[in-house]
Design a binder for this molecule. Structure first.
Ligand code: NAD
Length: 501
């Protein structure tokens, strides 16, 4: 039975009226499990009208009252953790524990947002001039939009919604059309938590809906996460239409492995970081760079042994390490890249293509691939693959290893494994990448720090969550006030620029 999904507008589920639908698959079976409506421009205009009205009321809630709604939301999501994780896994294909992690990392930003009243206090200077006090306040932008990718259907919408709502904005989410059900359930839970109708909305759709948001002057800011070409398009279009924009794109994350590292530990960590969620994480490690031949030979041997033991299967099975990919297109893209690597002269040490999954020849599966002897001029190195493929690029020394992530067009995450503090410190200082792990393979910052990549991985000057999110979702107003009782003397000259005498 194929479900028909809706939008969530003005506090209720609203059926799509455009007549256009997208397929939502169960990647475990390859079957269509739901139809998602793809909104037209007029449907988007209606949701913006509704959100603009609701925002005026929401902004009148005091910050503490707004925070209480978020607190209640966290409790409601935790109550439903099991069913939400199962729903997420059934549309995305990540394993159940990984789906819970997706939700939990989202909730951590909501928890951070509960403390936002403290960060909204503004600034005050008493006696900036004779009888003059100056203060600054942070005010909400109004209606803001989030456009999010398939690979973290819970975490990324919450990263954007939490700070936006805590700062007094109304939020319109355009989730990925491939796995929209968890965001739709979040909308119901926000309402149950006491969020006024119309403050959190979900509009499903594709380019038509996104463009309608980008060109609507009532949308004041756009937060995007997804592939680089779309991130760049959205950044440029939103900016040209007078909006704030922060747009995060693709990645190619390197792990530098120094000869002094504990190679068993590194191999364990790399297998999880490269193949977890079938490699569909923007912070997945896709390139390992062992330094020196001895390091490389030992690391490849240890990785090969571990890759051989990985269990590929349905995402709801307990023993499974790698579930299916999100779509048949993704499987084809990844398998094509493995062939390209072979054609380019790299060595495929473990080939994940053509997996036999018991009783299952329709699901979107491909297994873990390990490719050695990749070089920096190869397409498979330069391009984002976004699947369970780990490449080895061998480096002769530390400088050669450091240059690889530094010169790469992407700059999302990077890691170094070493016991040497000087090397680690030098690496963290010089590498041209936004998020660095030292003996940590997936350095996603904690909620109260900011998350963001450099170069082709991020467009815009403010990052996600942490203090940057408050700057992004508020505008500063500065008041300069003078009171007659404050020692004001007769002002003799109004024609000179006022100075703080
Ligand atoms: P995607 O770019 O295909 O889609 C992202 C969003 O953009 C979706 O909501 C989609 O509906 C919309 N979209 C797609 N095509 C569009 C178009 N032509 N015009 C307007 N909107 C459009 O990305 P995806 O496949 O859902 O996600 C995977 C990508 O996201 C990978 O490249 C991954 O690296 C990246 N990602 C980056 C980060 C980060 O923080 N840098 C985090 C997660 C994922």
């Amino acid at each position: 039975m194929v479900r028909e999904l809706s939008h969530f507008i003005g506090g209720k589920s609203v059926a799509g009226t455009s007549g256009r639908f997208g397929d939502v698959f169960d990647p475990n079976t390859g079957q269509v499990q739901a139809k998602v409506p793809l909104a037209s421009k007029s449907e988007v205009e209606a949701v913006v009208t509704n959100a603009a009205e609701a925002q005026r009321e929401w902004a009148k809630f005091n910050p503490q009252k707004r925070a209480r709604v978020l607190m209640k939301f966290v409790a409601l999501v935790n109550d439903e953790m099991d069913s939400l994780a199962a729903l997420l896994s059934s549309e995305h294909g990540k394993t159940i524990p990984d789906a819970k992690g997706d939700i939990q990392r989202g909730l951590e930003v909501i928890e951070f947002a509960i403390g936002i009243p403290h960060l909204l206090k503004g600034e005050y200077t008493e006696g900036a001039g004779t009888g003059i006090d100056v203060y600054s306040m942070r005010q909400p932008l109004g209606v803001v939009a989030g456009i999010t990718p398939f690979n973290f259907p819970a975490m990324i919408p919450l990263w954007k919604a939490g700070p936006a709502l805590a700062c007094g904005n109304a939020f319109i989410l355009k989730p990925s059309e491939r796995d929209p059900s968890v965001p739709l359930r979040f909308a119901e839970l926000f309402l149950k938590a006491g969020l006024p109708s119309g403050v959190f909305n979900v509009i499903n759709g594709d380019k038509e809906a996104v463009d309608a948001l980008l060109f609507d002057p009532r949308i004041k800011a756009v937060g995007f996460v997804g592939s680089t070409p779309i991130a760049q398009y959205i950044y440029e279009t939103a900016s040209a239409n007078g909006k704030r924009a922060q747009c995060f794109g693709g990645a190619k994350n390197h792990a530098i492995v120094m000869p002094d590292a504990d190679l068993d530990d590194v191999a364990d960590q790399l297998v999880g970081a490269a193949y977890g969620s079938a490699g569909q994480r923007c912070m997945a490690i896709s390139v390992a760079v062992p330094v020196g031949k001895g390091t490389a030979d030992t690391l490849v041997e240890k990785l090969t042994a571990r890759v051989g033991k990985l269990n590929i299967g349905k995402s709801d099975q307990d023993s499974v390490d790698i579930g299916p990919l999100v779509s048949s297109d993704a499987v084809k893209r990844i398998n094509d890249y493995v062939q390209i690597a072979i054609d380019e002269g790299a060595t495929v040490v473990a080939d994940g293509r053509n997996q036999n999954i018991e009783d299952n020849d329709t699901g979107f599966f491909t297994g873990a691939t390990l490719i050695d002897n990749v070089t920096k001029d190869m397409r498979v190195y330069k391009e984002e693959i976004f699947g369970p493929v780990l490449q080895i690029v061998r480096a002769d020394d530390y400088e050669e290893a450091l240059a690889l992530p530094t010169d790469h067009k992407y700059g999302n995450g990077v890691a170094i494994f070493t016991r040497d503090g000087d090397t680690a410190r030098d690496f963290a200082t010089r590498v041209q990448v936004g998020m660095v792990g030292i003996n940590v393979p997936i350095p996603v910052p904690i909620a109260y720090h900011t998350f963001g990549g450099w170069k082709a991985s991020g467009f815009g000057d403010l990052n996600q969550h942490g203090p940057d999110s408050i700057r992004f979702y508020t505008k500063t107003k500065t008041v300069t006030q003078r009171w007659p009782g404050g020692g004001l003397k007769g002002n003799t000259n109004h024609f000179v620029i006022p100075t703080m005498d």
